[in-house]
Structure formats: C-alpha cells, structure tokens
Design a protein around this ligand. Structure first.
Ligand SMILES: Cc1cc2nc3c(=O)[nH]c(=O)nc-3n(C[C@H](O)[C@H](O)[C@H](O)COP(=O)(O)O)c2cc1C
Length: 412
C-alpha cells in the first residue's frame, strides 16, 4: 500500500464543500477574481467542444450507433435522493475502502485512451491534477503516454492500470509486469470491447486515431512489442502501427481466459463492462476482486441497458463478495451519490474530466475534480449522511415507488 496519504488529501475531508464554495465566493466578490472554468457540466462541455480539434471532438463525443445508450445513460433522474434532517453533519468523511485500500474519496478517474487528442498535456496533465487533488486515476492501455511516465507524474496517488488484451501473449504478459513494476495497485480488465463499437462520428470522418500512431505509447515502448518489429517504431511508424492493429484485442476470449491474468499478476483484478447479474456472478466465480458496472459510456452496444439501470440487480447478485466500481453517465455529484446508494463502492468520472482537460489542461481537470468533490460533500451532508459508508439503499427511492400524482383533469 502506498499510504500514508500526502497532506493535500486530508484537505478533502473536513467540510470540503463548504470551504470550497466559501473560497470561490470570497475570491469572486472580494478580490474580483471569478473562477476560470464553468461549474456546470453543460457549459464546460461547450467550452471543451470549442477548444477541441474536429478529430478530438469526434473521438470523445457521443456513443455507438444512434447515441441512445449514451444519451439515456446520463439520465439518473428515475432515482430520487431522500434527504434526512437534523442528523449532525458537521464532520463529514468522504473516505472509503476499495480493494482493501483506503481511498480519500469514493471517486476516481475512469480510463480514457488517447488523451493527446484532448490536450497536448495528455495523461501527464491529468495525472498532475489528480495528484494535486488526491483522486485515484485509472490509466488506459491506449494512453498517449507510457504507463511508467504517468506513474511518475502521479507520485504517491493510488493508480490502477486498465488492461486491453493483446493476441500476442508475450505483450499481454509484459503489460502486466510493467504495470506492477510501475506501482499500479490493480488491473482493470475491460471486457466490453473485444471489438470496437459502431462509432458514426469517426466513421463519417473516416478517422481512426491509431492509424496516425496516436494512443499506442504503451505498445511502442514495450519490449515484447518491439521484438516483433523489423525496425523500431521511431524509424518505421507505419509498419509499427500495422503490427499494433494486428495484435490489439482478442475477440476469442472467454471467462476462462481470466486465469491468464491471475497467473501473471498478484494485483487485484477488476472486470470492467459488466451489465448482467449473471456475468457479475461469473466474474465472482472466476475469482475477480471487483466488478465494474459500465456501458463504456454508451460507446459499444447502442440500445443497451444503462449502467445505472443495471447496477441495483448486480449489487444484489454479488452482495459483499466483491467491490463494485461504477461509471458511465456520471455528470454531477448527485449521480455519484445515487450510484453509491445503489451499491457502488467507487464511482468513476469520465467525460467531465475529459472536458476539463480539453478546456484547460491540468487546471481544467483540477477544477472539475475540486468542484465535483465539493458538490458531493454538500449533497452528502444535505442528505443527512456524515460519511460515505452511511449512504445506503434507503438514501434513494425509485420513481416507480412514489405515489402517482392525482390527475385532476379526469375528475368529474
Ligand atoms: C474518449 C473515450 C476514451 C475511452 N477509452 C477507454 C479505454 O481506453 N479503455 C477503457 O476501458 N474505457 C475507455 N473508455 C470508456 C471509459 O472508461 C468509461 O467507461 C466511459 O467514459 C464512461 O462514460 P462517461 O464518460 O460518458 O461517463 C473511453 C471513453 C471515452 C469517452
């Protein structure tokens, strides 16, 4: 374990939300120094869209096919928070325990590949911001920056490595070893992307970033990958890209293949992309340590159940056997609060930090995280919960359980 926590992390506890809004109000009102970035997700997204290249925008925005799952997945409104009053919420505690490690907050950054398309600072900027705030980060296999460099930028901040299979076992093994050596605390195996979904924005542009050598830094820096090449990627990028396309992913995988990862790493394993309770049970049977409920942000199966719709049954199916991580559609603190109430142990932010990065590099990501955590702290306190561990199933109700409004127009 890489604790004790750096000092900035303890700053997140102790009325974090109240202190943050007070600071923002005072800076704006007394020092004429209003915030640099919008607080609202919609406005931040608009600012980011403005700042991004058309290719970056096509890569990050939307989902697969008609965007139905992407759009619907952002709607958590069927669940309503039920606040409780007068319960003494002065010393709020945002910490939680995931995979046996204490996390300062129940929020982490979900893996987003090719961050160079969002901002020139790429994963290094994200890592610097997340280290400042003390929020754990999950790094994608498809990062624009090698995993070792990102680990350096993260300092002592907890980090997990998201693992994409390679059809060449030596590369897969090498990734697991490198991640462990670079101090990653867990392996997140993404199982919902054995092949890429139908992404119309990319298809319409005829744009596939890997063909330009973007997002392949972990491969180009990998000894097992380089062994396959006649010339190093620095000399013949085109051939190296073709080799990457050859070995990336493996659609033949089944549950039994998880044993390969177990054999080659001692780190805990998180399986990301689970939407069916039967798969959650299979994951437990196959010895994973945590289940990631996710639709990949609606980018894989258009028309699928959304993550927040899938979560309650999955939580019920696995009980306390394993931890649950949750992502897809989380835009605001209330979304995270609802997911925790429905059984998530760790909630992952995706597009909000992508837009922070695109709009303002490390400063943008830092602001997104600080605002999100402040809003979460206020939501928790105002809902009558003093600690994340107090947010149980009774903290929310589904709209179907609410008494229907009487339709007065139909009265005689
Ligand atoms: C631009 C982009 C890149 C992504 N890259 C990866 C990746 O490399 N590996 C992975 O497991 N998931 C990846 N995802 C999925 C995210 O980890 C996460 O499931 C998704 O962003 C959640 O949806 P949201 O951002 O709309 O909340 C990516 C998502 C986006 C938007």
């Amino acid at each position: 374990m890489r604790w004790p926590l750096p000092t900035y992390v303890s700053d997140i506890t102790d009325q974090y939300g109240t202190r943050r809004v007070n600071e923002l109000y005072r800076r704006g009102t007394l020092d004429d120094d209003p915030p640099d970035f919008p607080a609202s997700y919609d406005e931040l997204r608009a600012a980011a869209h403005e700042a991004m290249s058309p290719e970056g925008l096509a890569y990050v925005h939307g989902g697969a096919g008609s965007d139905e799952t992407f759009e619907r997945g952002q709607d958590f409104s069927a669940w309503r928070i039920v606040p409780r009053m007068l319960r003494g919420v002065e010393s709020r505690d945002l910490s939680t325990t995931v995979l046996g490690q204490e996390f300062p907050v129940p929020i982490a950054l979900t893996p987003l590949g090719i961050q160079s398309l969002l901002h020139e600072g790429a994963e290094g900027a994200t890592a610097a911001a997340t280290a400042d705030v003390g929020v754990p980060m999950v790094l994608s296999s498809l990062s624009s920056t090698p995993m070792e460099a990102v680990a350096d930028a993260l300092g002592s901040t907890p980090r997990w490595f998201q693992f994409y299979w390679s059809s060449d076992e030596r590369i897969a093994r090498s990734f697991l070893t490198r991640a462990e050596n670079a101090g990653y605390d867990a392996i997140v195996v993404t199982v919902d992307a054995p092949i890429l979904g139908w992404r119309e924005r990319l298809i319409e542009r005829g744009y596939y970033p890997f063909l330009e050598g973007d997002g392949v830094a972990n491969y180009f820096s990998d000894p097992a990958f380089r062994d396959r090449l006649d010339a190093p990627p620095e000399e013949d990028t085109e051939a190296a890209v073709e080799e990457f396309l050859d070995i990336f992913g493996d659609a033949s995988l089944t549950w039994d293949d998880l044993s390969f990862i177990r054999e080659h790493t001692d780190l805990p394993i998180v399986v990301k992309g689970i939407l069916d309770p039967q798969d959650a049970e299979l994951a437990v049977e196959h010895g994973v340590d945590a289940i990631g409920v996710s639709t990949h942000g609606g980018r894989q199966v258009d028309g699928s159940i959304t993550a927040i719709e899938a979560l309650p049954e999955i939580a019920e199916a696995v009980g306390d056997d394993v931890d649950i991580t949750f992502d897809s559609g989380v835009r605001r603190a209330a979304d995270a609060y609802k997911a925790i109430a429905l059984g998530a142990d760790l909630v992952m932010l995706g597009r909000p930090y992508a837009y922070g990065l695109a709009a303002g590099g490390a400063d943008g990501v830092r602001t997104v995280l600080q605002n999100f955590l402040a809003e979460f702290d206020l939501t928790m306190g105002l809902s009558g919960r003093e600690a994340v561990t107090d947010i149980g199933r009774d903290a929310v109700r589904h709209e179907s359980t609410l008494v229907p409004t009487v339709d007065r127009s139909s009265r005689p």
